[in-house]
Design a protein around this ligand. Structure first.
Ligand code: NAP
Length: 758
């Protein structure tokens, strides 16, 4: 029981909405006395019998006497008359609120009927209901975890609004505020229009003949779509009349959309049809993700908007927050067979970007359907590009050409993807329209100025926050000019952003890097037919060219393949074929280092995929020996060190690493976290500021912490192949986002892994 918020509450109109508030307040002790005013004695009798009210009156002025809160829950069309009838009984300090579904009309009624109380009138609308109505439908739990929209006007006293907010919060609702006109427009589009369509569809078909027939043959879709036509006709009749203007506008908007759809069907215009439906599909996933506060990936797979709080919780967990996932490993085993690990993330991003800017249709296979690449995909859809899929890694991008992007309707949302934001900053600097880019909480803390600075030198107009972080505003219609830029710090993202802006610049744009970084942008531009001149550490493009669509099989990610390269090397009796792996020389440090340690790795069937070199990699078990890792290989294998440490633990002698201080600021302090785990297993090691020394040898099992770092988790899973006792790894949920399907793939190859979810 809570402290009473009000002394005497008068509910005027004791139906579903009024009765439910009465029930909720009584259940929680929020009012000392609850009374009701109603047209009918019968309703009042039922109210008392059901325990909703202490007393009631058919004289509304009598009912509100002495009340410090009045809640109006009658049809919108009877609000003015009801208010006028209760007015003589209202006290000087009473707070009045309502639950009507249309706000403009209710506010007008209050101005007319209770003008002297207008500052203490707080218009509201609970977004909750049932298909039943009347006092018997009252339900104390109706408002729990539902939204209530308050629409205060300039005349509303903020103190009165605060008390109504406290009331709805106390009955378990989430309270939002909105302008009344905006409320009526938004509700017309999102609630009144769908109800109108459902009533109309059932009526239209029922007029066709035997109305029973439509239900006899109705498929699930028809039932789902028309469920809301079971709602109370009287109430909806009231709403359509009272929100007339906004409802008509929504109907017109819909009719225009329907006409476009009809035209596309009539003309057999499959591209327009696909455009409409893919946009609708992704927009629905987008709002489901937002309303369930779940990840975009998860929302795409949802086929039901009733995302319960339970699902919402587990959804966010699948993005790595909150859910406990452990890996349990039995020692021993070998890895055998042929497998393909998921697609490369960097290449997946660029396949969408370049496909969108190309002339023609680009077919992509092996696209990594992870959060980040999906954010890029959504951004291009928002800029009018028709993209089919992704479905099992297949995507078709209907390119619009270098100058075919359209202004998005709103801010482009990049989720957690720094790559999307930085690369798009370059590309959008050259567009004829302005854009705003934002992202999730963590992305909006990341620095964007090192990209913005060179782009400004090219003539772009870009604004970031005072801290140099997103949101990023990019002014359109700026003619860019080519520059030469010496990168102060090696960064593939900054380099790529400048080169992408260079496609839109006058003349030549060139970038020189202080150390080699990933060159996927340069290679893929070439793959899409756009010449990139490369001369040592400098890459150059000339603006004004064009890209041509191509078919692209995204190479499997060598960083994901790395776990299997090490696993098959250390486990006796292993032979694995890893298919279609990207072997871009800026990424193959892992192969070079393993070969120096004596690994048996061969590259077969080397070929080109959209400008990127790929191969099938065969790896057989071998006796590894410890080495001092050449420092020039360190940047080329930076993400692969956790699993290379496992290789070192299984090598004869010592392996020494220096020059890898960057490992300390990855998803975890990868040097320390790996060292701790290796020590638990019984492997001798010594940590340096910029590296580690590991002495290979026999090791046991134990419990290790992954600290939420996916690569640490997968590395210790691989270590189990040579352990002599079981290994338990904590905090492994993030593996699912970086390497979807790792557990299944590794188990099929021979790892004794069980995933336990807490
Ligand atoms: P309800 O269950 O039918 O209750 C309506 C109440 O209003 C009854 O107490 C009824 O009194 C009274 N009433 C009906 N016609 C009246 C008239 N001409 N003059 C005076 N009183 C009249 O309806 P409800 O669902 O609670 O809806 C009440 C309000 O909440 C409406 O403004 C509606 O727009 C809004 N609302 C409804 C929902 C929903 O899903 N149902 C959701 C949000 C907001 P008697 O008992 O004497 O007949």
């Amino acid at each position: 029981m809570s402290e009473p918020l009000f002394d005497r509450v008068a509910i005027i109109g004791l139906g579903l909405i009024g009765g439910s508030l009465a029930a909720a307040m009584r259940a929680r002790g929020l009012a000392r006395t609850v009374v009701a005013g109603s047209r009918s004695e019968r309703t009042l009798e039922r109210g008392k019998l059901l325990g909703l009210i202490d007393d009631g009156s058919t004289d509304l002025a009598e009912a509100v006497k002495g009340a410090d809160l009045v809640f109006l829950a009658v049809p919108v069309s009877s609000m003015a008359d009801t208010m006028a009838r209760m007015a003589p009984g209202l006290g000087n300090s009473v707070i009045i609120t309502d639950g009507g579904s249309v706000k403009g009309k209710v506010i007008a009624a209050a101005k007319q009927s209770i003008p002297q109380h207008i500052s203490r009138f707080v218009p509201g609308h609970p977004i909750a209901g049932k298909e039943k109505s009347g006092v018997d439908a009252a339900d104390a739990g109706l408002y729990e975890k539902h939204r209530v929209i308050l629409t205060p006007t300039s005349a509303t006293d903020p103190a009165a609004s605060a008390r109504i907010r406290a009331l709805w919060t106390a009955v378990g609702a989430e309270v939002l505020s909105m302008d009344p006109d905006e409320h009526d427009r938004v509700l017309a589009e999102t609630s009144h229009l769908p109800h109108l369509l459902a009533f109309s569809l059932v009526d239209t078909l029922a007029r066709q003949g035997d109305s029973l027939d439509i239900f006899r043959y109705a498929a699930g879709g028809f039932r789902d779509f028309t469920r809301i036509a079971s709602s109370d006709p009287l109430m909806w009749h009231d709403i359509f009349r009272e929100n007339r203007d906004s409802v008509l506008q929504a109907v017109d908007l819909f009719q225009a959309g329907l006409a476009r759809f009809r035209e596309a069907v009539e003309q057999g215009d499959s591209e327009s049809l696909l455009a409409i439906m893919t946009r609708a599909n992704s927009a629905r996933a987008h709002f489901l993700a937002l309303s369930a506060r779940t990840s975009y990936t998860r929302a795409l797979s949802l086929n039901d908007d009733k995302v319960s709080d339970k699902t919402a919780m587990s959804n966010s967990a699948s993005a790595g927050h909150g859910r406990r996932v452990e890996f349990h490993l039995q020692p021993g085993g070998a890895l055998n067979g042929s497998l393909r690990v998921p697609g490369d993330k960097s290449i997946s991003h660029r396949s969408i970007m370049l496909g969108a800017l190309a002339d023609g249709v680009t077919e992509i296979e092996g696209f990594l359907e992870g959060e980040d690449a999906l954010a890029t995909l959504q951004a291009f859809r928002d800029m009018g590009v028709v993209i089919e899929g992704p479905s099992a890694g297949r995507v078709r991008v209907h390119g619009v050409g270098l100058h075919g992007l359209k202004a998005p309707n709103g801010t482009l949302y990049m989720g957690n993807s720094g790559t999307s934001m930085r690369l798009l900053m370059g590309l959008l600097s050259g567009q004829p329209f302005s854009t705003e880019l934002t992202g999730d909480e963590s992305l909006t803390r990341r620095p964007m100025e090192r990209v913005a600075k060179p782009l400004r030198e090219m003539g772009a107009e870009i604004a970031t926050t005072g801290k140099g972080t997103p949101p990023v505003h990019i002014r359109g219609n700026r003619q860019l000019k080519g520059i030469h830029y010496d990168l102060p710090v090696a960064s593939a993202q900054v380099k790529s952003a400048i080169l992408l802006a260079g496609l839109y610049a006058d003349g030549e744009t060139s970038v020189t890097e202080p150390a080699p970084t990933r060159d996927h942008t340069e290679r893929m531009l070439t793959g899409f037919g756009y010449p990139v001149i490369r001369d040592g550490a400098t890459s150059k493009v000339v603006g004004g060219g064009k890209l041509s669509a191509c078919n692209l099989e995204v190479p499997a990610d060598i960083s994901s393949a790395a776990f299997f390269l090490v696993g098959a090397s250390i486990a006796p009796g292993s032979e694995l074929l890893l298919r279609h792996v990207g072997i871009n020389p800026t990424r193959t440090g892992i192969i070079d280092i393993l070969k120096l340690m004596g690994a048996d790795i061969t590259l077969e069937n080397q070929r080109d995929a959209g400008g990127e070199p790929v191969a099938d990699i065969r790896v057989r078990s071998a006796r590894l020996k410890g080495i001092t890792i050449p420092e020039e290989l360190v940047p080329l294998a930076i993400d692969e060190f956790p699993v290379l440490f496992v290789a070192a633990a299984n090598a004869e002698g010592e392996t020494i690493l220096h020059g890898a201080e960057e490992l300390r600021v990855k998803e975890s302090d990868r040097i320390q976290v790996m060292a701790d785990g290796l020590t638990t297993l019984g492997i001798e090691n010594e940590v340096y500021a910029d590296g580690i020394r590991i002495r290979g040898g026999q090791y046991g099992g134990g419990e290790v912490q992954a600290h939420g770092d996916h690569r640490i988790a997968m590395s210790f899973a691989i270590a189990s192949l040579r352990a002599t006792a079981p290994i338990l790894i904590h905090d492994c949920a993030n593996v699912a986002t970086s390497f979807p399907g790792f557990a299944e793939l590794a188990s099929a190859a021979g790892l004794n892994l069980t995933v336990v979810q807490g």
